[in-house]
Design a protein around this ligand. Structure first.
Ligand code: SF4
Ligand code: SF4
Length: 316
C-alpha cells in the first residue's frame, strides 16, 4: 500500500468520484515554453497533439451529457492545437463553460494574433499562469524574456475586457512556487499580485495558488538539487485531512490527447490508469460510465499539503 493510501485510511477518508461536472481535456503536449516545473514535460518539440477525430468524439459525448458543465482545456499550450478553436466553439454552442489554461506568452506567437479576441468573443474563461509578479522569478522558471511577454499577454487580455468589472470575462492567474516550499496564503498573495501588477495597468479576477507536483520535470529538477526527499517530506508533514476531502479528482474527469481517460492531469502524466484499468472515450457511451474509483499514489500529497491544491487553487 502506498503511504498516501495508508494516511487516508488512518483518517478514515475514502476518495471517490461523485457527480463530476468538469471535464479536463489535455489537448496536447506542444508548448512554446519549456518551464522548469512542468508536470507535462511540454515543449516546442513535443508531437503529441489531439487529432480532429478525437475532438469530434469528445464533442459527440459532450453533446449528450448534461452533467458536464465545464470543459477545462489544458496542454501544453492549448491554443497551438489546430483544432482548438473548433473545439471551443462547439462546446460553447452547447452552453457549457470553457476554460483555457493559457501560458500568456503564447499570445505573442506567430499565428496567435487573433487568439485573445477569439477567446473574448466566445466568452471563454482564461486561467493564466504567471509564477510570480517579479521578473527574475518568472524568468528563472520560464526562461529569458518570458516576463515581458507574460505582461504583454495580460495587457492584451485586459484590452478585450478580461478581468474588468462588468465585462463578464473572467481572468484568473495561477501562481506556483519557484523554490522548494508550499504556496503562501492565497488571499494575501492575491493582494500582493494585485498591487504589483497594477504598476503595469493589469486587472484580474482571482489568484489561484498551486503546489508544485513532485513528478516529471519538477521531480528531475528536485533530484538534481538533491532536494526531492526534502520536498516530499514537506508535503507529507503538511498533510491536511480537510484538504484531502476536497481534492479535485472528486469532481472532474481527465482526458488525454489520445482520448485516454484518467482521474486527473497528474495521474495522466504518470500514466496511472483510471480505476487501474485502461479506458478511452470510444469505450464509453457516457462520461459517467467511468465509475467512482480513484487511483491514488504518493504524488497525491501534492494536493493535500497545507491549504491543499487544485487547478482552481487552494482547497480550504
Ligand atoms: S508549465 Fe505550461 S507553459 Fe510551461 S512548459 Fe508546461 S505547459 Fe508549457
Ligand atoms: S493527484 Fe490526482 S488523484 Fe491524486 S489527489 Fe490529486 S487530483 Fe486526486
Amino acid at each position: 500500500m502506498e503511504l498516501f493510501e495508508s494516511v487516508l485510511s488512518k483518517h478514515n477518508i475514502v476518495l471517490e468520484r461523485g457527480v463530476f461536472t468538469t471535464l479536463q481535456v489535455n489537448i496536447g503536449k506542444l508548448c512554446n515554453q519549456q518551464c522548469l516545473h512542468c508536470h507535462v514535460e511540454a515543449g516546442p518539440k513535443r508531437l503529441e497533439n489531439m487529432e480532429r477525430k478525437t475532438v469530434d468524439r469528445l464533442i459527440e459525448l459532450l453533446s449528450n451529457d448534461a452533467q458536464i458543465e465545464t470543459v477545462d482545456i489544458t496542454g501544453g499550450a492549448p491554443e497551438l492545437n489546430p483544432h482548438f478553436r473548433y473545439f471551443v466553439k462547439s462546446v460553447r454552442k452547447m452552453g457549457k463553460e470553457v476554460i483555457d489554461r493559457c501560458n500568456l506568452t503564447v499570445l505573442s506567437e506567430k499565428g496567435q494574433e487573433g487568439t485573445a479576441e477569439f477567446l473574448a468573443g466566445e466568452g471563454v474563461q482564461v486561467v493564466a499562469s504567471l509564477p510570480c509578479y517579479l521578473k527574475e522569478n518568472v524568468e528563472a522558471q520560464r526562461g529569458h524574456g518570458s516576463f515581458a511577454l507574460s505582461i504583454a499577454g495580460l495587457q492584451k487580455l485586459n484590452g478585450f475586457g478580461y478581468g474588468k468589472e462588468g465585462s463578464g470575462l473572467i481572468l484568473n492567474i495561477v501562481y506556483n512556487p519557484v523554490g522548494v516550499h508550499l504556496p503562501p496564503e492565497q488571499a494575501a498573495l492575491e493582494a500582493d499580485y494585485r498591487a504589483n501588477l497594477q504598476k503595469y495597468g493589469i486587472e484580474f479576477n482571482h489568484l489561484f495558488t498551486i503546489t508544485n507536483m513532485p513528478i516529471k520535470r519538477y521531480a528531475e529538477a528536485l533530484e538534481k538539487g538533491a532536494s526531492k526527499r526534502e520536498y516530499l517530506r514537506l508535503l507529507i508533514d503538511n498533510f491536511n485531512p480537510q484538504a484531502a476531502t476536497e481534492v479535485m479528482c472528486k469532481t472532474l474527469l481527465s482526458v488525454g490527447w489520445n482520448g485516454q481517460l484518467y482521474d486527473c492531469d497528474f495521474n495522466q502524466m504518470l500514466e496511472i490508469q483510471l480505476n487501474l484499468r485502461s479506458l478511452d472515450i470510444w469505450e464509453i457511451e457516457r462520461f459517467k460510465d467511468v465509475g467512482s474509483g480513484i487511483s491514488v499514489a504518493d504524488h497525491c500529497f501534492g494536493c493535500t499539503a497545507g491549504t491543499g491544491s487544485s487547478c482552481s487553487g487552494a482547497l480550504v
